[in-house]
Design a protein around this ligand. Structure first.
Ligand code: NAP
Length: 554
């Protein structure tokens, strides 16, 4: 059982070589790894989960920064496979905070008795496929060796933090913090001068909270965000009970929702903006009224903003005017106005973000006016001067989708390295599940899946069921391997890219984790499936119905 602090009580280590062969190895004990363990174990497999951290939680364990909160409603951002879990767990908020999600995952691990098959403090560094006996060998940092015919890489899509690569960081005399590995015990920012670097979803959540604690906050912003007010709130008394009573309907609606979430989410905040006329035909009075009555939202909800680049430019300018209605200092307001089109990055929602810049203890350092040059022993030097700080807090993002696996030496058939494949071909996979040349290695929400464009949990659960059924099919039929066919992979990825051809998602001014442009040297490619979660599941169902078309089973 958990000790209540989410530490690893209950996990065991295998004692001898004989103990180290399993039917399946799952890498990672976040949302996906826990469900993969539960499901495969229920199917009678001997499963071992290897987890680098000392507890369950994955991304929701590491990203425990101030203000961390989910942007999808709790009752949809939670496991749907168990009516018991749904009824026994009580969410206190519509959009749950990190501590509540971490507690939920600990509850699930205990309730399903998962810890006994999870080995914590175990970082996987190498995985290689032996063609002679169709077995994966998984090696850990401590030199342990595990073998299994199947590996499920439940390694997360946003779990490999980016090294900000700023010269001089090692000379800094103050404290360096990373949002993606924030201290479990927290950090007292009172009386300190703090720099936050990064204004993506993470930075936008951190900044208002840190501003309330720090003596002074410098926000070092390379790209301004489009962010709309969050609908975060506690559930009203009785509200959750009513929802729980209708859980079947809620899940049914979720299953047919384009983004895998039918209720409140960052997606819904941005998507429920239809019904308005084109911005290009709106009069100046109508435009101004829109932002006066609706704030920043009023700049974006016009019908042509995403489809017509000229309307997009008008919207950006109007957005800047809307920000200036909130942020008193005109220079700061101008600095907070994005210089790229709306819609090409992940939607962000916030609690009091723009209002924070009216505080006397907050300074925006717009890096477009002079970039970071170096970190010094006492602060950060930019093209605009030197900022003395005691703490630097990085919220600089992730090597998304592929980073967790390229940091492991994954070798498939003929010793081919997965990192090399993705470096040369870009992030490719078939159905976000398998990569050609890597038999019996299953990805969760890999390239070509709805991942970034959806509620991660919806397709994650679907894929784990798909994988478990596939493994049962292989074992039942006496087959040893399933392997993606290269032509099916190319066709799938071409199709995924065709879906976004000509859209704002490919705009050259949009560098983000969506297209890999946030990682130096990574091939720029958008490989998230945008035709919707239901359609994706349908396509995957059809692959099974047609005898696993696109895969070779041997
Ligand atoms: P992100 O969206 O990639 O943002 C990283 C930020 O750091 C960007 O503002 C980036 O600027 C900046 N940056 C990176 N390197 C820098 C450098 N060397 N110097 C200065 N600035 C630098 O990462 P994230 O904010 O962690 O969010 C990633 C994803 O995680 C989100 O899109 C979302 O899917 C998920 N997330 C969700 C929630 C939620 O549920 N509410 C919360 C947090 C994260 P540029 O834009 O110029 O590159």
């Amino acid at each position: 059982m958990s000790d209540g602090n989410g530490t690893r009580a209950g996990s065991t280590r295998p004692t001898g070589a004989a103990d180290r062969h399993y039917d399946a190895i799952v890498v990672g004990a976040g949302f996906a790894g826990l469900y993969a363990l539960h499901r495969l174990r229920a199917d009678g497999l001997r499963v071992r989960v290897l987890e680098a951290a000392d507890s369950v939680g994955g991304t929701w364990l590491f990203n425990r920064y101030p203000g961390a909160r989910c942007d999808i409603e709790s009752i949809e951002y939670s496991y749907s496979f168990s009516p018991e879990l749904q009824q026994e767990w009580n969410w206190s908020e519509v959009l749950p905070g990190q501590p509540e999600i971490e507690a939920y995952l600990n509850f699930v691990a205990d309730r399903l008795d998962l810890r006994r098959d999870i080995q914590f403090d175990t970082r996987v560094v190498e995985m290689s496929f032996d063609e002679a006996d169709s077995t994966w060998t998984v090696r850990t940092e401590a030199g342990e060796r595990f073998t299994a015919p199947f590996v499920v890489a439940a390694t997360g899509i946003l779990s490999a933090p980016l090294d900000p690569g700023i010269p001089g960081l090692d000379t800094f005399g103050g404290t360096v913090l990373f949002s993606s590995r924030y201290p479990r015990e927290g950090f007292d920012l009172a009386g300190r001068r703090v720099a936050v670097i990064g204004t993506g979803s993470t930075g936008v959540q951190i900044i208002p909270v840190v501003a309330e604690q720090a003596e002074h906050l410098y926000v070092l912003q390379r790209s301004a965000a489009y962010t709309l007010p969050s609908p975060a709130r506690p559930y009203e008394p009785g509200e959750l009970d009513e929802l729980k009573a209708n859980y079947d309907d809620i899940r049914a609606a979720q299953l047919v929702a384009h983004v895998g979430a039918a209720r409140t989410s960052a997606f819904s905040v941005f998507m429920n903006m239809g019904g308005f006329p084109p911005l290009k035909t709106a009069t100046r009075e109508e435009q101004l009224r829109a932002i006066e009555e609706n704030g920043v939202r009023g700049a974006l909800y016009w019908s042509d903003v995403l489809s017509d680049p000229e309307a997009g430019e008008l919207a950006t300018a109007l957005y800047g005017e809307a920000v200036a209605l909130i942020v008193r200092d005109p220079r700061t307001a101008a600095g907070l106005t994005p210089a790229y089109p709306f819609g090409c990055k992940r939607p962000i929602i916030d609690v009091g973000y723009y209002e924070t810049f009216n505080r006397d203890n907050v300074t925006l350092v717009d890096l477009r006016q002079g970039a970071i040059e170096e970190i010094t022993p006492t602060g950060i030097r930019t093209g605009q001067g030197h900022h003395e700080v005691d703490v630097i807090l990085f919220a600089t993002g992730f090597d998304a989708l592929t980073g967790a696996l390229t940091r492991i030496d994954v070798r498939g058939r003929d010793g081919v390295v997965l990192g090399d494949v993705w470096r040369d071909e870009g992030p490719v996979a078939y159905l976000g599940l398998g990569v050609a040349g890597f038999p019996n290695l299953f990805l969760i929400q890999g390239p070509g899946s709805p991942s970034a464009a959806s509620n991660y949990l919806a397709t994650m659960e679907y894929q784990i069921r798909w994988i478990a059924d596939c493994v049962a099919h292989l074992r039942g039929g006496g087959h040893q391997t399933i392997e993606t066919l290269p032509e099916a992979q190319s066709e799938w990825i071409d199709g995924v890219q065709a879906l976004v051809a000509g859209s704002v998602l490919l705009h050259p001014k949009c560098d983000s984790w969506y297209n890999g442009a946030n990682v130096p040297g990574k091939k720029r490619m958008y490989t998230t499936y945008v035709a919707g979660v239901p359609e994706f599941h349908k396509q995957c169902d059809q692959v099974v119905a047609s005898g696993y078309s696109g895969f070779k089973i041997s």
